[in-house]
Design a protein around this ligand. Structure first.
Ligand code: NOJ
Length: 599
């Protein structure tokens, strides 16, 4: 396992994660498959009830607000736009939305540089618009989760403006200020150590006025807060309360493993070679996942627990192993985050049955009975369509990913547009790039614009996203065929595949709560697993052919301690599997997904 320094491991460290531009292929691949119809379920049917907090059975949908729906014609998505699309989300079966940051911000990192934690950026609307969004979402049983950035603020936040004003300002110690190591022969200050920003260059920014450096894990406009100062925790926890009081269901905690840095400022060990920005690659042992962070997480959880309604803490936790991940739950004590993100499964980035089997099984058995949260897609990584697709079987591969998403025991988390097969539309010219890391790293690092393009609603101007002449990022060229409306009208579309899976996931007691076990464990080509029936409900078996060749499998239920006398297909993308009635010698066509019920 690599101990890559960056939090965006996929983007920077997996050469296999090449951003593809299969827009045209996507269009031709869609719509050619069929499957057995599920009887009697629809995505928004009243969900089956079972024990446990809501977040365990949630279907969480990440919205990148700039790109979801523009309501005022300025080419940028906004809160009223999101509110206008709640019926769509409800019909898809979504039960919670996570909004990436909507706070006032200079938008250097598109909202992850917050200048006021207790308001809404005017580009996105007002606090009244936010309250209306929460109320309208509630009417549709959809909860709202905020993104909370605690590692750093904007350099325009009043805390930082005060902090940088003088060495003896009361807030000086709210950020990580250090003297230079010395001065070079030309009188240039030398940074305190070799720490490198995730976004390129030294992580230290010189302030000529006060003659000290400040530390920034990300852009220089995102100075890191000093979490060793208790006042910082107090102030940040107050902002958390502000939103909890306003009715949010919880938070996705941005870059939360990087809250603390080594007090001694030791140099990171060099790991060889250079990154996309030309900096030497360094480890992250002194700047990431320091043990001190767990005390803060326990206190934050205690705060959140004071509120009714099982408010949830989700962590952006790129971690090197499942053992490290378990610590973020608080292990057997369950007293830290309820849902630290597991990036080990969804970011494998190739259809490797053995690796998926191992990682999913680890998430089942090595996290002290906590609830897994697999991440396949987000706003920082090329879309899974491109990371997993081979260019020829992308539509079937997207169905495989969706099947894993909703039939494993993980809480379901998806990213806008995933349900229609939006592709990564990476800029082809540097002058078109909006994400600063793409400008700085071009051409090796082209930035994250590709996975942030506007939502494709229909085949009209700007895909129905905006009436503006130009949108903040261009709409992907495949929108005339890859869009919500077209897919709603196409019976075998990816969108309907998602709807059916989500409905099953929400309604079927076995998929909600059934124990999970791997089947056919030595098969290098097919991933098969069982979810065991609960309180008399039938068990569910899933088989996914990860290869371009047909594969014949036989599944031994005794191995899983389950009796199987009848087998029937619940959902498949392959007509030849619709009548499957035995677990012996099932032949799965290339990249087939099959879900069966066994009793
Ligand atoms: C992680 C966020 O997901 C990413 O978009 C952002 O740039 C960094 N954290 C810095 O806040």
């Amino acid at each position: 396992m690599t101990t890559a320094r960056t939090i965006f491991r996929t983007r920077f460290f997996n050469p296999g994660a090449i951003i593809c531009a299969f827009a045209l292929l996507a269009a031709t691949c869609m719509g050619s498959l069929s499957w057995a119809q599920m009887s009697g379920t629809s995505a928004n049917a009243a969900a089956h009830h079972s024990d446990g907090p809501w977040w365990k059975h949630a279907v969480i949908y990440e919205i990148y607000p700039r790109s979801f729906q523009d309501s005022n014609g300025d080419g940028i998505g906004d809160l009223n736009g999101i509110t206008s699309r709640l019926d769509y989300l409800h019909s898809l079966g979504i039960t919670a939305i996570w909004l990436s940051p909507i706070y006032p911000s200079p938008q250097v990192d598109f909202g992850y540089d917050i200048s006021d934690y207790e308001n809404i950026d005017s580009q996105y609307g007002t606090l009244a618009d936010f309250d209306r969004l929460v109320a309208e979402a509630k009417k549709r049983d959809i909860r709202v989760i905020m993104d909370m950035v605690m590692n750093h603020t904007s350099d325009q936040h009043k805390w930082f403006l005060e902090s940088e004003s003088s060495r003896d300002n009361a807030k000086r110690d709210w950020y990580v200020w250090r003297d230079p190591k010395g001065y070079d022969t030309k009188g240039k200050p030398i940074p305190p150590n070799n720490w490198i920003s995730v976004f390129g260059g030294s992580a230290w920014q010189w302030d000529p006025k006060t003659k000290q450096f400040y530390y920034h894990e990300f852009y220089k406009q995102q100075p890191d807060l000093n979490w060793r100062n208790p006042e910082v925790e107090k102030a940040m926890f107050n902002t958390v309360k502000f939103w909890l009081d306003r009715g949010v269901a919880g938070f996705r905690l941005d870059a939360v493993p990087t809250l603390f840095e080594d007090e001694k400022l030791r140099d990171e060990p060099l790991t060889g070679g250079t990154n996309a920005f030309g900096d030497p690659n360094v480890s992250d042992i002194y700047t990431n996942n320091l043990p001190e962070v767990h005390d803060v997480m326990r206190r934050l959880r205690a705060l959140v627990n004071q509120y009714p309604g099982d408010r949830v803490l989700i962590g952006e936790t790129y971690l090197p192993s499942v053992a490290e991940l378990d610590k973020w739950y608080g292990g057997a004590k369950h007293d830290e985050l309820q849902l630290p993100m597991d990036m080990q499964v969804g970011m494998i980035n190739k259809l490797d049955a053995s690796l998926f089997r191992t990682r999913i099984a680890q998430a089942e058995t090595r996290i002290d009975g906590n609830q897994p949260l697999f991440v396949f897609d987000n706003h920082d990584n090329p879309r899974s369509w491109d990371r997993y697709g081979d260019g020829a079987h992308d539509a079937a591969t997207a169905r495989i990913i969706a099947t894993m998403l909703f039939t494993t025991r993980s809480t379901a988390l998806m990213y806008y547009g995933q349900e229609i097969g939006m592709v990564t539309s990476t800029p082809t010219r540097k002058e078109d790039v909006k994400d600063p890391i793409g400008i700085r790293g071009w051409p090796k690092e082209k930035g994250r614009d590709g996975e942030r393009t506007p939502m494709q609603w229909n085949d009209t101007k700007n895909a129905g996203f905006s009436t503006a002449d130009t949108t903040w990022l261009p709409v992907a060229s495949d929108y005339t065929t890859v869009n919500v409306q077209t897919e709603q009208e196409t019976p075998d579309s990816l969108l309907h595949w998602y709807e059916r899976l989500i409905a099953m996931r929400r309604n079927d007691p076995t998929l909600r709560d059934g124990a999970s076990a791997m089947l056919d464990k030595n098969n290098p080509s097919v991933l098969s697993y069982i979810r065991k029936g609960v309180n008399g409900s039938p068990s569910i078996v899933v088989a996914l052919n990860f290869t371009a060749q047909p594969q014949t499998i036989s599944l031994d239920m005794q191995e899983a301690g389950v009796k199987a006398t009848t087998v029937k297909t619940l959902l498949t993308n392959e007509p030849s599997l619709e009548q499957t009635n035995s677990l012996n010698k099932i032949t799965l066509p290339p990249f087939a997904s099959w879900i069966g019920s066994v009793e």
